[in-house]
Design a protein around this ligand. Structure first.
Ligand code: GDP
Length: 174
């Protein structure tokens, strides 16, 4: 019988306040959603595992950072030695994509050079309020060499898949 392999990785969430970072984490870790969430102060830490195949389990240490301006300088403490980053924006708020672009630049300047970055458009349940097209975000992500996902923390659509896709990209030692 082959033994199960376990690998642990640090993943950080970045993005403007209220785009749904904590909600995405909540959906992934607890498979739940709440319309009323308290703002994250500084950063919150949670873990969750993903089985990527019959023999390999990846454990994510998830650091959910606060989006507020006053915590911006703190964020580098969290992404400095992260192996993966989810940069979240809200598909119904075009300005939140601009903020995501800022965080991607920061990561590319200051994080590990081999960090896996995923751009994540959240709130796909609000299609009638969409301000950013899939094509626009996807072509931006492609140009920057990022993974791209659209999810809804509210319905759960795409959330598990997003973390799994990141997990399979992470370097797991034999
Ligand atoms: P954060 O500040 O980025 O961590 O954002 P929160 O997770 O606190 O979410 C901000 C607000 O957006 C809350 O009222 C959430 O209930 C709401 N929200 C988060 N994700 C979704 C989603 O997928 N769809 C909808 N409709 N609302 C969402």
């Amino acid at each position: 019988m082959t033994e199960r392999r376990f690998a642990q990785f640090k993943l950080v969430l970045l993005g403007e306040s209220a785009v749904g970072k904590s909600s995405v984490v909540q959906r992934f870790v607890k498979d739940s959603f709440s319309d009323f969430r308290e703002s994250t102060i500084g950063a919150a830490f949670l873990t969750q595992t993903v089985d990527i195949d019959d023999t390999t389990t990846v454990k994510f240490e998830i650091w959910d950072t606060a989006g507020q301006e006053r915590y911006r300088s703190l964020a580098s403490i969290y992404y400095r030695n992260a192996q993966a980053a989810l940069v979240v924006y809200d598909i119904t708020q075009k300005a939140s994509l601009d903020k995501a672009k800022y965080w991607i630049k920061e990561l590319q300047k200051q994080a590990n050079s081999d960090i896996i970055i995923a751009l994540v458009g959240n709130k796909t349940d609000l299609q009638d309020q969409r301000e950013v097209s899939i094509e626009e975000a996807q072509s931006f992500a492609q140009g920057m060499g990022l993974l791209y996902f659209e999810v809804s923390a509210k319905t759960g659509q795409g959330v598990k898949e997003c973390f799994k896709q990141i997990a399979v990209k992470l370097p797991i030692e034999e």
